[in-house]
Design a protein around this ligand. Structure first.
Ligand code: FAD
Ligand code: NAG
Ligand code: NAG
Ligand code: NAG
Ligand code: NAG
Length: 485
């Protein structure tokens, strides 16, 4: 086999593969060949973590292929050029779980306990821009009671949900609760007074929280997040208050083992012969050939991200079943936005105490949330997987304009537009499949892809969508990958 002999020769340092050595796929511009044990697609939370652990702890050589200009995926730290202060628009804090804090220490990043800032909350229906005048949020005691009921129910399912899907039962054994739309689970366990809190914590990442199956809700709002809200778990932040610092430190450590601004444009994968990738840098236009024993795919396994990998029929039949939400985060400012305040998008139907109605219809902007001691605001917009960046910006500016039109905010004279300091796509998030797919053994099929065609998977589609839980899951995957080398 061409691929195998290439690998063996190149791995032994015997072969420099010249620009036109053939493995198919437009090789014309290939300037460089890299031979590694594992090629990692995506350098976000799971890809960066995997790279460090594989190289430093397992002694496995790696290369990370990241399409963005930095590592870190969803962290999205914006640094105010005037002051140097960081504003985290994506990831806010890290649950103190497993080896997470030790990982920061290991990367030289000092941490401190996360202190939740207390803001004035103003409830506004963003579809009309009108402030709610007759709304009473759940009392703290009622909310905690409901969160405790959620915890008791969710803890029963922990062994089959975390870490990852390894112990998920056969279709006929899936607990009924997990297949209930979340609104029915809420009714069953009397969780209504926790609905606004669940939505504002992570529920906003699912474009249809109430209609989502409970199994998917528990991948987004899990036992640890619930315990965090109840004060039973703790979370931490980098002392610098810049989540990007962790990933910059990882980049420094990994050095030339990371290819930034790079995507795969062609791939060959097989069970016996490993992987050959053609990788294009959007910065230089150069193409690099990567010859690796295994692929670790950590980006969302969406149709677009998997297209260059030429999925076979079985892979398509599984991965193409995933549907997603799309979410966008940004940092904005406007002199009319009130300081020390979070303007929270809340449908007027919630009044006076109809908390189950607290979820806006998608696409929505979740809130304008003031960063303490600053004039900047965090915005988060979510829709289904067709929701584009342009539409997301329009939803955010639209909600601001409605508040001005309704008199909730006073526009400046002359009027000024809402200013965006950063705006970052997070699409795609919250991977899910239908109840029917689950009943037809989707999870077993998904697990069946692990290791097939020399390809392993981690990332949010495979675990709880929380960085630290994802690392915890990744810790269970890496030994399997290494054993297959
Ligand atoms: C708004 C928001 C807030 C969050 N807040 C928190 C929080 O406070 N605490 C917490 O623990 N978790 C939080 N999370 C969850 C956490 O960010 C995710 O669970 C985690 O980032 C998922 O990691 P991942 O590796 O799967 O994906 P990502 O971190 O998104 O990384 C994927 C990487 O792959 C790259 N990529 C995508 N496609 C390709 C391609 N085709 N080729 C090459 N590279 C590609 C991307 O650029 C990205 O760098 C938040 C998520 C969101 C959306
Ligand atoms: C911000 O609002 C909170 C909640 O109302 C209040 O406790 C706090 O004192 C306010 N802080 C400032 C600086 O105004
Ligand atoms: C449901 O929860 C609310 C508040 O958490 C509580 O006041 C009420 O008694 C509960 N109802 C039942 C039937 O348990
Ligand atoms: C905001 O300022 C107050 C008062 O100076 C200070 O106590 C608080 O720590 C600051 N918060 C942040 C997040 O900077
Ligand atoms: C994952 O986290 C749990 C604690 O929530 C811990 O018991 C378990 O050992 C962790 N698993 C790994 C592989 O770190």
């Amino acid at each position: 086999m061409i691929i195998e002999s290439l690998y063996v020769l190149a791995a032994a340092g015997i072969l420099f593969i010249p620009a036109h050595a053939a493995t198919g796929h437009g090789t014309a511009g290939v300037v460089n060949t890299i031979c590694k044990d594992v090629a990692i697609i995506g350098g976000g939370a799971s890809g960066s973590y995997s790279a460090v652990r594989l190289r430093e702890d397992f002694g496995v050589s790696v290369v990370v292929i990241e399409k963005d200009v930095t590592l870190g995926g969803h962290v999205n730290t914006w640094v105010d050029p005037a002051t140097g202060r960081g504003f985290d628009a994506g990831v806010q804090n890290y649950i103190d779980l497993g080896g997470a804090k030790a990982f920061f220490t290991r990367m030289g990043i000092a941490t401190q306990p996360n202190v939740r800032s207390v803001l004035d909350t103003v409830y506004v229906d963003f579809t009309t821009g009108a402030r709610l005048t007759n709304y009473t949020p759940p009392s703290a005691a009622d909310r905690s009671d409901a969160l405790r009921r959620f915890l008791a129910a969710a803890e029963q399912y922990l062994p089959i949900l975390e870490p990852g899907w390894w112990s998920f039962p056969e279709p006929s054994q899936i607990p009924t609760d997990l297949l209930l739309p979340f609104r029915d689970f809420i009714a069953k366990y009397n969780l209504t007074s926790a609905v606004p809190q669940i939505f504002s914590t992570t529920g906003f990442g699912m474009h249809d929280l109430m209609g989502s199956l409970t199994v998917w809700l528990m991948r987004s709002f899990n036992v640890n997040l619930d315990r965090l809200l109840l004060g039973l778990d703790t979370s931490f932040v980098p002392a610098s208050r810049k989540n990007q610092d962790l990933y910059d430190a990882i980049l420094k450590l990994l050095g030339s083992d990371v290819l930034l601004s790079s995507t795969v444009i062609g791939a060959e994968r097989s069970d016996q012969d490993g992987v050959v990738l053609e990788v294009r840098s959007s910065a230089t236009g150069d193409t690099t050939r990567i010859v690796a024993k295994k692929l670790l795919f950590t980006a969302a396994p969406s149709d677009a991200n998997t297209a260059p990998f030429e999925l076979d029929t079985l892979e398509k039949s599984v991965l193409h079943k995933f549907e997603y939400s799309a979410s966008y985060v940004g940092v904005v400012s406007h002199p009319s936005l009130p300081l020390n305040t979070s303007l929270v998008n809340t449908p007027s139907a919630v009044q006076p105490t109809n908390w189950a109605a607290a979820i806006p219809a998608y696409p929505y902007n979740t809130r304008f949330e003031n960063y303490p001691n600053s004039s900047y605001y965090r915005v988060i917009a979510t829709g289904d997987q067709t929701f584009t960046e342009e539409q997301a910006k329009a939803v955010i500016t639209g909600s601001f304009d409605k508040m001005v039109a309704a008199g909730t905010l006073t526009q400046t004279t002359p009027p000024q537009p809402l200013e965006f300091h950063s705006f970052t796509p997070h699409c795609l998030v919250s991977a899910y499949v239908s109840r029917k797919a689950l009943k037809c053994g989707f999870i077993q099929s998904l697990n069946g892809l692990q290791g097939r065609r020399s390809t392993w998977y981690t990332g949010a589609a495979w675990s709880v969508h929380v960085s630290t839980n994802l690392w915890n899951f990744t810790d269970t995957l890496l030994p399997r990958l290494v054993a297959s080398l």
